[in-house]
Write a protein that binds this ligand. Structure first.
Ligand code: LLP
Length: 474
């Protein structure tokens, strides 16, 4: 059977993810590596605490499984990007995790918001996020999504196809507005974690090809349309990236197109958006770059390339999602069963089943993503056991943490906390096996606030028309 999953961590396309050796156990199995855990995570009397509250109290109030989001940590990361990118714009990528509370924090903290569907746009607008600070993405935005965005006054629409250019220009003309747009450019760079590939790799659904000429054609088409205002170019090269050289190549190529647009269309575009994709530490050894280093490197490349072409340096923007919210949340599960399985040669693996799984974190199954976790409700000096944390779904690929050393006195009823689940866990959650999605609870200064409540059985059954009085036949 061929493997077709798209690993968001390791490089993909023509190679399989590199195999991982499980590392030996840490001397202290309960240690909270500050590179991985939220800023306020600490042990108090052996018990994990977050935002000034013990997980025992949090679980008493909110049950398991639950995501607990360290508000101070997330907002500090957001502010760190704003500061590092001073003079540029930071659009938080809502696909990582979005709810009205997060939208309001971002608004207060001076960020913009990247949305990629009508649903994300609806959250932003209902939360009162200023439309002018929203950028709308998507490779197949519908007429109603585009109409809503134009009517709301969304600041930037990143156009992705010729069909969309036609649709959007008609919608903007009908609304009597001149809609600012960016052209999404496929720069022929693909980056993941430690590597990037700067040749071909245009064989994907997003954007207009730079090498194939479509990006220039799109700019030319837009420039001729009175209802659209071409303000800049956009590039997004991948996700969970540690190696900055991919961004450098992308920036060079985008600036090259700015030069062509000036030469051929007589337009000096004012903006470049280099997208998101900055990596975070999920496990020991992951070494992400600091926002200020990233900002400095990107600025230097854009300025150098612009100077070489005699262009005014455009305003820069970026769209970090994972790097802002990823490290800020943890997921707390309760252990239900522990099963020892012989691996041969005397080795054993403990399958530790928890009360959630692939419905609240699909990333391990989907991308072979790595996570780590600790015993959260107490400390332990028991010897380590090689463990795999698995969920309760009816599927053997339902793995939350593939390899982790846990104390061998682990017992049903113990709590496990998984680190770095803030990005793409709740936002990609499902109701597989009719399991309700967990809540997201904000924690700050000793106070917990439900941001997104837990789904109930009634929520799950609400769409089942066979259980309502209002069955509709047509
Ligand atoms: N901007 C654009 C246009 C994007 O497509 C994305 C992510 C971002 C920004 C934010 O990227 P970030 O900084 O969060 O890496 N579900 C996957 C990741 C897919 C990301 C898709 N686009 C995962 O769980 O790893």
């Amino acid at each position: 059977m061929s493997r077709s999953a798209h690993p968001a961590g390791p490089r993909h396309a023509d190679v399989l993810p590199e195999s991982r050796q499980s590392t030996g156990p840490d001397a202290d199995l309960g240690r909270l590596d500050p590179a991985i855990w939220p800023a306020t995570a600490q042990r108090v009397g052996g018990v994990l605490a977050l935002g000034g509250r013990s997980v025992l109290d949090l679980v008493a109030d909110h049950q398991t499984p639950a995501l607990f989001l360290d508000e101070a940590d997330m907002r500090q990361r957001a502010a760190g990007f704003v500061e590092a990118f001073a003079g540029a714009d930071v659009f938080y990528a809502g696909k990582a995790f979005l709810c009205s509370a997060v939208a309001r924090w971002l608004e207060q903290d001076g960020l913009g918001l990247d949305v990629c569907t009508g649903g994300e746009l609806a959250v932003a607008l209902r939360a009162g996020f200023p439309p002018a600070r929203i950028a709308m993405h998507g490779n197949n935005k519908s007429v109603s999504e585009l109409t809503r965005a134009v009517d709301a006054g969304v600041g930037r629409i990143v156009v992705d196809s010729f069909a969309e250019i036609d649709r959007l220009s008609a919608i903007a003309a009908a609304a009597g507005v001149r809609q600012p747009v960016l052209v999404r450019v496929t720069v022929g760079v693909e980056a993941h974690t430690h590597e990037f590939i700067a040749t071909a790799h245009e064989d994907q659904k997003f954007g207009f090809s730079l090498a194939g000429g479509a990006a220039m054609d799109a700019a030319t088409a837009i420039a001729a349309l009175p209802s659209l205002e071409l303000v800049g170019l956009h590039s997004h090269i991948g996700s969970q990236i540690f190696d900055m050289s991919g961004f450098g190549v992308a920036a060079e190529r985008v600036v090259g197109l700015l030069g062509r647009i000036r030469d051929e269309l007589g337009l000096e575009l004012a903006e470049i958006d280099l997208g998101g994709g900055l990596g975070i530490a999920y496990v020991a050894g992951d070494a992400p770059q600091a926002p200020k280093d990233i900002a400095g490197a990107l600025r230097a490349i854009v300025e150098r390339e612009c100077a070489a072409l005699g262009l005014r340096a455009p305003r820069l923007s970026v769209e970090p999602g994972r790097a802002i919210v990823g490290p800020s949340a943890i997921t707390v599960y309760e252990v239900g069963t522990i099963k020892a399985v012989e691996l041969g040669g005397g080795a054993q693996r403990a399958f530790v089943s928890v009360d959630g799984g692939m419905s609240d974190n699909i990333r391990t199954a989907l991308y072979d993503a790595s996570y780590t976790c600790v015993l959260a409700n107490r400390d332990s000096t028991a010897p380590p056991m090689l463990s795999r944390v698995v969920g309760k779904h009816c599927e053997s690929g339902d793995i939350v943490v593939r390899d982790v050393w846990l104390p061998s006195d682990l017992t049903p009823g113990d709590l496990l906390a998984v680190a770095a689940t803030g990005a793409y866990c709740h936002s990609m959650a499902s109701n597989y096996n009719h399991v309700p999605r967990p809540p997201v609870v904000g924690v700050r200064d000793g106070i917990s606030t439900v941001l997104v409540r837990r789904e109930t059985e009634d929520d799950l059954l609400r769409l089942d028309m066979g259980l309502t009085e209002m069955s509709v036949r047509t």
